[in-house]
Design a protein around this ligand. Structure first.
Ligand SMILES: Nc1nc2c(ncn2[C@@H]2O[C@H](COP(=O)(O)OP(=O)(O)OP(=O)(O)O)[C@@H](O)[C@H]2O)c(=O)[nH]1
Ligand SMILES: [Mg+2]
Length: 220
């Protein structure tokens, strides 16, 4: 099975809390995934690499994604000759210092409402910077997300920037403590949106998650 790159469709970007609430209330049981992480860690770049080139806007300046962007993506099963639709969310980055209080408050409200109201069948992909793992905002975010009971995978992006073997080992050695401290984290991947490292594994993990939930639909 594979994600049909190039068939991913932008549905809408929501920056108003009320509009987000309405949309989520109207879509309570949807299947899909959400990308969340600190500003500038490469969420939009990863989305583009996994779902097709020009899906999300990549920024030179951090804090660019200021709204919850909603997409539709398609998983194709070539053997069974079926296609199935899922939702993809690019959620605005947390932990960005240089914004006005007003904007920070709006972001927090968007995040709070997103996690309170989103379907329980959404997989959370928490993107972190491989060079700076578990920064304070990342740890705070992990603790914050715990109560929402969503399955979470952590993706350490920009591993192309880790030049030495020892830098890479240091990052990999964090795995046991992450699984221990954040028990809701079920998978950890080391990726590069730019070079494509390990994105095939992430793609298959995303597919198994969304398929597992959609196959169960008839039973609940
Ligand atoms: N070297 C390297 N650079 C990357 C990688 N992924 C993203 N970048 C760069 O990091 C910067 C930020 O990328 P974005 O994809 O816009 O990051 P974002 O997390 O969506 O940022 P916000 O929307 O502002 O929260 C851009 O300059 C990208 O080119 C990667 O795997 N390797
Ligand atoms: Mg972005």
């Amino acid at each position: 099975m594979n994600i049909q790159k190039g068939k991913t469709e932008f549905l809408m970007g929501i920056d108003k809390v009320d509009q987000l609430k309405t949309w989520l209330n109207e879509h309570p049981f949807i299947n899909g995934i959400a990308f969340v992480g600190r500003s500038n860690v490469g969420k939009s770049s990863l989305i583009n690499s996994l779902f097709g080139k020009a899906t999300a806007r990549v920024s030179k300046t951090p804090g660019r994604t200021r709204q919850v962007n909603i997409f539709n993506f398609i998983v194709e099963d070539r053997e069974k000759k079926t296609i199935e639709n899922f939702y993809l969310f690019d959620v605005p980055g947390y932990g960005h210092a240089d914004v006005s209080k007003e904007m920070a408050a709006n972001w927090q409200q968007l995040l709070d409402n997103f996690f309170q109201l989103c379907s329980q069948k959404i997989l959370l992909l928490n993107i972190q910077d491989a060079r700076h793992p578990l920064q304070e905002p990342d740890v705070l975010f992990q603790k914050y997300i715990h109560s929402f009971n969503l399955e979470t995978y952590v993706l350490f992006n920009k591993i192309d920037k880790l030049k030495t073997q020892s830098e890479r080992s240091r990052l990999k050695n964090l795995m046991p403590s992450i699984y221990k401290e954040f028990s809701w984290v079920k998978q950890i991947h080391f990726v590069s949106a730019e070079k494509g490292d390990n994105l095939d594994k992430v793609e298959q993990s995303i597919i198994s998650f969304v398929k597992r939930n959609s196959d169960m639909q008839g039973y609940i």
